[in-house]
Design a protein around this ligand. Sequence first.
Ligand SMILES: [Zn+2]
Length: 491
Amino acid sequence: MKFSFEVKESDLLGRIGTLSVGGKSLETPCLFPVIHPVSQIVPTRDLKQMGFLGLMTNSYIIHSRRKDEALEKGIHDLLDFDGVFMTDSGGYQVLEYGDLEVGYKEVATFQADICSDIAVTLDRPTGYPQKRSVARETVDYSLKNARSTLNEFGERDTTWVGPIQGGLHLDLVRRSAGALEEAGFSFLALGSPVQVMENYMFADLVRMIIAARKKMRYSTPLHLFGAGHPLTMSLAVALGCDTFDSASYVIFARTGRYMSRNGVMTLQSMKYLPCSCPVCTKTSAKELLELDHGERTRRLAEHNLFILREELEACKEAISEGRLWDLVEERSMAHPRLREAFVELAKHSEQLSLGTPAIKERGLFVRSAEDARRPEVLSAKARLSEVMSTYAKAARVGHAGEGRPRRKSVHDKGRDLFIHHPVFGPVPAELEFQYPFSQTEAEGTPPAVTTQETSKTKAAGHSRVTEKKGAKTRKAVRSRRTRWGASPSPR
Ligand SMILES: [Zn+2]
């Protein structure tokens, strides 16, 4: 059965894609809610109605609790869901319960026999914190099983996912991802983020995902295990995670935790329900609290799923509009640790520029030091510096807006005018209205031309720079361009 992944739109490393498996298609980024094969709180049919076309479940639990039934019916009939089923190998449980009888062969055979659409090869989660020597063992063990499974079961109808391990040992994460790509996996998954996220180590999460993606082909989709928090979803999407699985919707619900766009709240302390999902429009915070535990858990779980769905839609819309950076930044304001992660993300602009369109329909906002490092700004700066090197050694620096009315006459006379831009510094007047120079909005009014701007222009290779002083100084100098021919293009 053919597996394919097609990228339709992208921004940063985030993409809207179509993942096709077993004749079924999913639009990514998407979340596979984790369901319990024995005691599922929100029925699988309801999940489908809510728009979740893929689900995740644990093959070890099915094997130990409903094995015969699963083999007879197949996983889709067993759990009453005709969408895409992804199964986890149960590596963690195998380890925890010391089930040494179970090897990669048994795990893969069972997953293929119950007709799982996407299955994870038997792995050993690295976890956190973890000693380097143990982390290396988890990587080697998971890799060995992954290679053997793909070699022996690659022809079956199930699509195999290669699990990347290594935890916070980034060189091991890179080695793991690179080796799985080399082995021929068309779908990879990054393990061990759960404890990292539970400890609010979001900057480390950024480093882990970046390390994995660095060794992956752009076209290979990446799954992030156990990531179901509305606040980190856009961050993970921006770093190139295409699918997620999580049981957070129900784990949070059991303890009365209510997800929101700005974080997780405790129902007990809430007077209002700031949400318009079917659950929250039909009930009040007080009524929800008065329900018995089972019913309250179910309703809270449903609400949490709506919030996760809403956040994924927000990510997709942001990718489509070319404003994923802005969404990640907006979410990062909810917690100082998230802000730290955003600062870390900004350090990887070069990698993020891979999926960022060169020209966007929307303007760019520059509000912070991090924004000045957004991929669009850095790539425009690189183009600009190439263009600047073709100009004369002498220049005059003016104010924004000065270029347009004077442009013709200035050029006719073969003179160069540079407009001071608050983000880009000196920009040749003829580029002032090109993307992204006129479409970039920075905070406050642009500062007047200062000695600093003059020295920046000098640093760009112009030895004689004249500043505009009052209305009188209009000194422009002969351009090298008039001797070289046509104006240079930024692209
Ligand atoms: Zn709600």
